[in-house]
Design a protein around this ligand. Structure first.
Ligand code: SAM
Length: 713
């Protein structure tokens, strides 16, 4: 930097104004984070909202004529007025934030509304269908929409309530795998990485507000952005413990550069209070504990002779000590004092009771050392946690194994149980309590994680008719990622805001089936049409927003039918799904799941000119979601001035507070009481009358203002 300071000084001497300007820019840069990730925050990001009616004040783009392959005018225009002429609705436009004013009048049909991330939005949800096979279980939700805005809406319904966020964002591979500001980001784009980082950072900033302190965020990624994402996560979640997992998801390999790539990655970001549960499988090694005839799993005892580095006698003088045994009984008696380095061990030694001695001798016959000190060893013998193995003639030594510190902790915590102790030797018989036994490793190598066989092909079974989705995860890989975090929490809430085909929801249903859980998954995905199909649709004169275009979008064409098929066990054509689920829980896919799911589309309202009834209908699903997405929903303003559903109630006429409170008391199990009033005092007085445990939530009378968001400002 001193070179730069030098140069600035020279510039100042020659041209003071230029020098001062340079210095200001340099200071601004130097004040940024010294280490870590520096990138252009590409503001503002914008998103097109196909199908959203055009209104005065909106920002819009002018679409190219139907059938044209042109990109069209990418500039933003502001709608000043709309009016009708000869039966056509027209909009008077001026160029947005332009130095040179420009104006034009364009048919509304040819406009598409654009929302910038810094704009205020008023999100709503409309239901587009549901599947119900789960009785009173909470409902999974699939939201079709831009995830940034959906996340903003979720800050109202789920702030601090999510147990796991699992996301599989576009990997920024340079192929047409994602769009920024409505343009695919190709590998020749010099801002490619900073655009991706800005895109991700904006969403992670909102998403972190949704996580419980005991929650975890899991993000999958591949080699294109793994290094930058790692830094971004460290910066965005400074209080989280972050671990990187390598997943072999394509064992056949793809030649990339010089080597053949077989893996992708997942960052696990554990919240400060996150608890991880053991699993039956560490996802890397072959199962090490032997299942025996009694059906119990036993841990593998560790060799007492130190192996690996620092395993020589001289490395730890005090860990070279004699162990006394009774070879006839196969019993360990205890350890004697360590033998100083200066003295040679005597292999024929026996003590006054006729006990034999065991010295630590390595395979190459050099003198080694034990893995624990004398005191620990004697304590272990007392507990029966050391066992005597066979005599090795060559080494003139005996095999000895013991229970590691982790095993001993597992005994204390109840994960491991001491069944009996041998009457003669005193050695404990230790087995795992229940099935969950092992810590998951940071490298996963399981055939079940193959994204081809258990992602693409599996989705094909559910959708039939050759429908394919470009980058699905293996169902079982997602299940394995979620399991350690939600295993002990049967009512966990899981969020996936890049849900694509809905694998995370499918995996959640499998996890529920394995332990009778009531977990729910919230999926958000846009309705993007595959890049390869867009050209054909365009040349047919179609545009985003046309029903004939939207029907091919991911959410409508893949996600919703897949979830419906998974629950009902039938393809969209009504045929039973052919095939069985594999691995942890094997059963016919045609059985489906006893679960409920509802599909929604995110809407964008404007507070002007929206009637109370319509505005309420759009926010009704959000009120229901905030109360747990369970049971009946109050979809319209109640005539009686109040209504009480299964988990929440709504009071719109404060004069009806008495019957409202009485109904909440009578119903029981109500979590939230919404009270609609602009008057703070009246809200307080109703809230005070509510039974204990019912949360009072105030809503403004103009419903949409309760849901005004702008995080990107
Ligand atoms: C890699 S895919 C996820 C695949 C998913 N894990 C599965 O197994 O099917 C990423 C998905 O995120 C969606 N997506 C990308 N940007 C989005 C955005 N801004 N809002 C909502 N969805 C988005 C894409 O449509 C794509 O389906």
């Amino acid at each position: 930097m001193s070179r730069l300071t030098d140069l600035i000084a020279q510039a100042k001497a020659k041209d003071a104004t230029l020098g001062n300007e340079l210095e200001r820019e340099f200071r601004a840069l130097a004040n940024r984070r010294a280490f870590g990730l520096n990138f252009e925050r590409h503001a503002p990001e914008s998103v097109e909202l196909p199908g959203r009616p055009v209104r005065r004040g909106d920002k819009v783009r002018v679409l190219p004529p139907r059938g044209s392959m042109d990109k069209g005018d990418q500039r933003l225009w502001k709608v000043n007025r709309t009016h009708k002429q000869d039966g056509t609705r027209l909009a008077d436009l001026t160029l947005h934030e332009a130095a040179e004013p420009e104006a034009q009048t364009v048919a509304v049909e040819d406009l598409i509304v654009v929302a910038e991330m810094r704009d205020y939005i008023y999100p709503g949800l409309i239901s587009t269908g549901k599947v119900e096979r789960g009785g009173d279980k909470p409902c999974h939700t699939v939201i079709n929409g831009e995830n940034f805005h959906a996340l903003e809406a979720l800050t109202y319904t789920h702030r601090g309530k999510i147990d796991v966020i699992y996301i599989d964002p576009p990997y920024n591979s340079g192929a047409s795998d994602w769009k920024y500001n409505n343009k695919y980001v190709g590998d020749e784009d010099v801002y490619r990485h900073s655009k991706w980082l800005a895109f991700m950072e904006r969403r992670l900033q909102v998403a972190r507000q949704l996580l419980k302190p005991s929650g975890a965020l899991i993000v999958t990624i591949d080699e294109h952005e793994v290094r930058r994402l790692g830094l971004l996560l460290e910066q965005t979640l400074p209080d989280h413990t972050i671990q990187q997992v390598t997943i072999v998801n394509n064992p056949k390999g793809v030649t990339q550069g010089y080597l053949s790539r077989v893996e992708e990655y997942a960052f696990f970001c554990f919240g400060p209070e996150c608890q991880i549960y053991s699993a039956d499988d560490d996802l890397l090694t072959v199962k090490e504990e032997k299942e025996t005839a009694d059906g119990l799993a036993r841990p593998r005892w560790k060799g007492l002779l130190r192996s690996g580095d620092e395993a020589q006698r001289k490395d730890r003088e005090q860990m070279f000590y004699p162990i006394w045994i009774d070879p006839k009984l196969g019993k360990i008696i205890g350890a004697g004092k360590y033998l100083p380095l200066s003295e040679e061990p005597d292999f024929s030694l026996s003590n006054e009771h006729g006990h034999a001695v065991v010295w630590p001798v390595r395979k190459d016959l050099s003198l080694g050392r034990w893995g624990v000190g004398v005191d620990t060893f004697n304590a272990l013998v007392k507990e029966g946690y050391v066992a005597l193995g066979k005599y090795d003639k060559k080494r003139k030594s005996w095999g000895l194994t013991y229970l590691t510190e982790q095993h001993r902790k597992d005994i204390d915590s109840g994960t491991l149980r001491v069944l009996t102790r041998d009457e003669t030797t005193g050695v404990a018989d230790v087995a795992f309590e229940g099935a969950a036994t092992r810590k998951i490793r940071t490298v996963w190598h399981r055939t079940s994680h193959d994204a081809g066989a258990y992602g693409t092909d599996l989705i094909g079974l559910f959708l039939g008719n050759g429908r394919t989705f470009p980058f699905p995860k293996s169902l079982y890989a997602v299940e394995d990622a979620l399991r350690p975090i939600v295993r002990g929490n049967k009512s966990a809430i899981i969020l996936d805001f890049f849900s694509g085909s809905g694998t995370s929801l499918h995996a959640t249903m499998r996890l529920n089936r394995q332990d009778d859980g009531r977990r729910q998954c919230i999926c958000v995905t846009n309705n993007e049409v595959k890049a390869s199909e867009q050209q054909a649709l365009k040349s047919d004169g179609l545009r985003p927003g046309d029903p004939e275009w939207e029907q091919w979008g991911i959410c409508d064409y893949i996600t919703k039918p897949r979830i419906k098929a998974a629950i009902t066990g039938q393809t969209p054509e009504g045929d039973p799904i052919k095939g069985d689920y594999k691995f942890t829980d094997e059963f016919p896919m045609a059985d489906g799941f006893a679960e409920n799911a509802e599909f929604f589309t995110l809407t964008y309202e404007t507070p002007v000119s929206v009637s109370h009834n319509r505005a309420f209908a759009r926010v009704a699903p959000l009120l229901w979601m905030k109360a747990g997405s369970e049971g009946r929903r109050i979809d319209s303003l109640p005539d009686a001035g109040w209504d009480v559903a299964d988990t929440y109630g709504l009071l719109t006429d404060l004069d009806a507070a008495a019957p409202y409170i009485a109904a909440i008391e009578a119903k029981g199990g109500i979590r939230i009481a919404y009270i609609v009033t602009d008057d703070d005092r009246r809200f307080q007085s109703v809230a005070q009358g509510l039974p204990d445990g019912v949360e009072a939530v105030r809503l403004y009378e103009s419903y949409l203002t309760n849901f005004r968001f702008s995080m990107g400002r």
